[in-house]
Ligand binder design. Structure first.
Ligand SMILES: Nc1ncnc2c1ncn2[C@@H]1O[C@H](COP(=O)(O)OP(=O)(O)O)[C@@H](O)[C@H]1O
Ligand SMILES: [Mg+2]
Length: 145
């Protein structure tokens, strides 16, 4: 994790390795404790922690890893997840509750219930998915403070 103090607030960068389930959740866990220390409202911390965790897990299980940028500004927490994985062919389908392409092996580890993207939508205040098959995916989320 790298931390940068900007004129807008605090900025964090994470590199998330692919297929490493032992480290899955580290980045969102770090942001959760940083927000708590900053005295951010618990309901806001929870929204950020859940939506970022789901995005982080998707980088691990679907994209071969990626990067996450988090900016804690005066009004909102902005989260940008970037990967160069396979992309999402049908974003509307992927957004459906229970829809998942996770392998049986991944499901056996307790992931792949198909609730990640729906919960990212539910717990963030704004969410945008930009995905190109064969190129990668960028998910942007905003949670107001
Ligand atoms: N970053 C990503 N890159 C490629 N595909 C993705 C990514 N994130 C999500 N997906 C696709 O969208 C589906 C639904 O995602 P999600 O709701 O998080 O469920 P789950 O991760 O449990 O499969 C995934 O099964 C996968 O096919
Ligand atoms: Mg998921």
């Amino acid at each position: 994790m790298t931390e940068t103090v900007t004129e807008n607030g605090l900025s964090y960068h994470f590199v998330v390795p692919g297929d490493d389930f032992t480290r899955a959740g580290e980045a969102s866990g770090s942001i959760k404790s940083i927000l708590k220390k900053l005295g951010i409202r618990p309901d806001v911390v929870r929204k950020v922690a859940i939506s970022m965790y789901e995005g982080e897990i998707n980088l691990v299980i679907h994209a071969g890893g990626g990067e996450i940028d988090v900016e804690i500004g005066p009004e909102a927490v902005d989260i940008v997840l970037t990967d160069h994985g396979p992309g999402i062919p049908d974003v509307a389908k992927a957004m459906e509750e229970g829809w998942s392409t996770a392998t049986a092996q991944v499901r056996n580890l307790g992931f792949g219930a198909g609730m990640g993207l729906p919960n990212m939508k539910k717990y963030s205040d704004e969410m945008h998915i930009d995905s190109t098959v064969g190129v990668g995916t960028t998910v942007t989320m905003r949670v107001y403070l």
